[in-house]
Design a protein around this ligand. Structure first.
Ligand SMILES: [Zn+2]
Length: 447
């Protein structure tokens, strides 16, 4: 913080200060250089004694008591009316910004989930969900100055608010039951699935339950998967808690990912839907929550969870599933059902689309989120749309991820960012760090 901004903090109650929403003033704004504008003169907030010093250059932080106050502060007319001799201001260039890079929550236990293989095009191939994914991201965030934190335990209630009891029971016990089968593989791999349109009832055998609860063969369940998946979901809950408590934006380094998990089905290396759990948790305070998914794969699980609801808007940008995972969902005609009709927006992009196509679709997504009057945002932050990702879906660049972060920040909503996919060990960290840096209007040091 600059010495000028530091002076503005003198006399501020530190506990109250931590609860406040950070805001910054662009030095290019006409208000900059106006002189010793006193915040109390502008708006009647409890910031007694906090003078806003003369700003000549640079960016200077000013804190406001709550998100709602910040929104009001952003309203140009309010400030114009209260200034004794208003500067000639048409649009106030205030932007929400943290004083330091946002908090990032992670679990050191994620490496316990270590799926060895998966199926692709009929062949057994190495699984891409390697622990190094999260480790690399962690290193980059540390270098960028993020505060890296473990999460407090939040119990099973937030998870059970999204997932069914029978599915959670299956996940918890699947590995132990599977290993009782003579000659069974190390990890649980479903290989027989329910037939469409038939009422089978609920299976009792572990083989039947695996086929019932897993929608593909891409999410092997190992000995520690349950513990690691619940840890991962807990990070998303912690991030939501932090935002509920007043943080502007918080990142959860979830591994395994979650957006392919339905209420009672896992798949695509996902078991518990971390982003959906966070969105549901934010509903405690926010009437309307938007969940936007920028992973290269459609968030079929998230769509499934909220498909019949109008209080959580789901928007997904992804490679067109006509010839790409998850094939069965993610098409533009899927708009929601019942109360949820019109509250599901899929924006499929042609194979190998680059930054401009992605950003144009993101603009459409943001317009929809605005129209929805979302009060909070959850971002499923997959970075496998990167041009060097082995999933070969889209061709978003590093700069594209920075711009995606910046555009999402422009929604000016309390935001939880949840890690989803990203499988190139050389690029994943820079993509994530760049997106978070873009969100906060700064640069990343990740190379
Ligand atoms: Zn993905």
């Amino acid at each position: 913080m600059s010495h000028i901004a530091s002076r503005a903090w003198q006399g501020v109650d530190q506990a109250a200060h931590r609860r406040m929403v950070p805001v910054w003033v662009s030095a290019t704004h006409p208000l900059a250089g106006h002189g010793s504008v006193n915040v109390v003169d502008l708006v009647s907030w409890p910031l007694i004694g906090v003078g806003f010093p003369k700003v000549t250059s640079g960016i200077h932080d000013l804190r406001l008591p709550s998100q709602a106050d910040a929104s009001r502060f952003l309203a140009a007319g309010r400030i114009d009316r209260r200034l004794p001799s208003p500067p000639k201001v048409d649009v106030l260039a205030f932007r929400l910004r943290s004083l330091r890079p946002m908090k990032a929550f992670f679990s050191p236990h994620h490496a316990g989930h270590r799926p060895s293989q998966t199926f692709r095009h009929g062949r057994i191939v190495p699984n891409r969900d390697l622990p190094a994914r999260a480790d690399n991201i962690l290193s980059a965030l540390r270098a960028d100055g993020h505060t890296l934190l473990g999460a407090a335990p939040h119990g099973m209630a937030p998870i059970a608010a999204i997932h069914t009891p029978e599915y959670l029971d299956f996940l918890r016990h699947a590995w132990g039951e599977w290993r009782k089968i003579e000659g069974a593989s190390e990890d649980v791999f479903p290989y027989i699935f329910p037939v469409r349109g038939m009422d089978h009832g609920y299976p009792t055998s572990i083989v039947g339950r695996a086929g019932y609860h897993m929608h593909d063969c891409w999410a092997p369940i190992g000995q520690h998967t349950w513990d690691v998946a619940t840890d991962s979901a807990n990070l998303a809950v912690e991030a939501a808690e932090q935002v509920l408590a007043g943080e502007r934006a918080v990142y959860a380094l979830c591994r395994p990912s979650g957006h392919h998990a339905f209420a009672d089905m896992g798949g695509g290396n996902c078991f518990l839907n971390n982003a959906a759990i966070a969105a549901q948790h934010m509903r405690q305070r926010f009437a309307r929550v938007a969940l936007i998914d920028v992973d290269v794969h459609h968030g079929n699980g998230s769509q499934g969870v909220f498909y019949r609801r109008d209080d959580v808007l789901f928007v997904s940008l992804h490679r067109d599933p006509v010839d790409y995972h998850p094939y069965f969902a993610g098409h533009a005609h899927e708009r929601g059902e019942g109360n949820g009709r019109g509250f599901n927006l899929n924006l499929p992009l042609p194979k190998a689309s680059g930054d401009e196509a992605f950003l144009a679709a993101l603009e459409t997504a943001c317009v929809r989120i605005r129209a929805f009057e979302a009060e909070a945002l959850v971002v499923s932050l997959g970075v496998d749309a990167h041009e060097a990702d082995p999933t070969e879906g889209l061709k978003v660049t590093y700069d594209g991820f920075r711009r995606i972060g910046a555009r999402l920040a422009g929604l000016n909503l309390p935001t939880v960012l949840v890690q989803e996919g990203g499988y190139n060990m050389d690029t994943i960290a820079r993509c994530v760090a760049g997106a978070l840096a873009g969100f906060e209007g700064r640069e990343t040091t990740a190379a």
